[in-house]
Design a protein around this ligand. Structure first.
Ligand SMILES: [Zn+2]
Ligand SMILES: [Zn+2]
Length: 345
């Protein structure tokens, strides 16, 4: 991830920023360049192509939309298939919150050079149904045939936290939901031949096992006692599909956080963390093995957990990466490297 800066005064800004806190300029993000541009005249010209602020800018979307795109919406907003009604302002506020997490997801998928085919270009392409169970609709978070459904009510802290506690989860966030569900989408796309499926089954189990039976069993009996010996979470034990999606989500957690640390120039000294070498996260890991990535993460997550504890907060990364889980992550890493695509945004 590049270090995001105000294009006018070079102040460091957040990926969500609509304006520069130092010079006060309005700024907008261009996803292909992964950089900010000033909105001085309302339009931005990049390599001879004209861009406008996304039509959802009043709902906090800070991305640019191509002038010839027709919809007036950015790449991320165009992936939304269903959303709350225009008069449902409470749900639209939740939509704006979830949109921030969705853009972070899409920016990361682009950084990792993963393919994104929108639903409006191809049957089974990627789509988001962003709906709120608080608006009287029955909304179940999940993925089916490219469509990711998200319950916007989960952007309410009280609602999401009560679910997290009830389900005994160490971590539950809107970004985590997006990363998990997109894992289901990518399993079908990146496991492109029989050889990859064979390896997938060996690592995660046979995905042809009945999903309905698995759900029933999971909610009746819970995860097996020894779930942590080979799984990243209790939920991952439910079905091979869920194990893959959980693993994929963790791959995004790890690479996303290391990418941010790398952009900020974070380095960990051997003497400070007790490692065997200086840790310099590179942000993007294109080596065929996952070893360097996981070693960087081991020490970086340990440091970030300490930082969180010094604020009285829960650990940033409350998970253990045991050997069977690292083999699953290595498989995901190889799938991601093999994809190497640059979607047209
Ligand atoms: Zn500035
Ligand atoms: Zn947008």
């Amino acid at each position: 991830m590049t270090s995001f800066r105000c294009p006018a005064c070079r102040t460091s800004v957040y990926i969500e920023s609509l304006g520069c806190p130092t010079c006060g300029r309005e700024i907008a993000y261009q996803p292909d360049r992964a950089a900010f541009f000033p909105l001085d005249g309302g339009t931005v010209v990049i390599d001879g192509k004209t861009w406008y602020p996304c039509g959802n800018r009043h709902w906090q979307c800070n991305w640019l939309a191509p002038a010839d795109g027709g919809s007036g919406l950015c790449f991320s907003c165009r992936l939304t298939r269903r959303r709350p009604e225009n008069d449902d302002t409470l749900a639209l506020e939740r939509l704006a919150d979830a949109g921030t997490d969705k853009r972070r997801l899409i920016a990361q998928l682009l950084e990792l050079r993963l393919p994104i085919t929108p639903f409006h270009e191809q049957e089974g392409g990627l789509a988001f149904d962003l709906l709120s169970s608080h608006s009287g609709e029955n909304v179940i978070i999940g993925h089916a045939n490219g469509v990711i459904t998200i319950d916007l009510a989960e952007s309410l802290d009280a609602h999401r936290e009560s679910l997290r506690v009830r389900l005994g989860e160490a971590y539950r966030t809107m970004l985590g939901h997006f990363r998990h569900e997109v894992g289901h989408y990518y399993q079908n796309i990146l496991c492109s031949d029989e050889e990859k499926w064979a390896e997938c089954r060996e690592l995660f189990g046979d995905e042809r096992a009945s999903y309905q039976d698995s759900i029933a069993r999971h909610y009746r009996l819970g995860a097996p006692e020894d779930w942590a010996k080979a799984h990243i979470s209790e939920y991952a034990t439910m079905h091979p599909w869920e194990d893959f999606a959980e693993t994929f989500a963790h791959y995004l957690h790890i690479t996303g956080t290391l990418s941010t640390a790398a952009a900020a120039g974070v380095e960990l000294r051997e003497s400070g963390v007790g490692g065997t070498r200086e840790i310099e996260p590179t942000g993007v890991y294109r080596e065929p093995t996952v070893d360097r990535l996981l070693d960087d993460w081991h020490w970086a997550s340990f440091m970030f957990n300490k930082v969180n504890r010094s604020m009285g907060a829960r650990d940033l990364y409350p998970f253990d990466l045991v050997e069977p889980v690292t083999r699953k992550l290595a498989f995901v890493h190889r799938l991601v490297l093999a994809a190497d695509t640059r979607p047209d945004v």
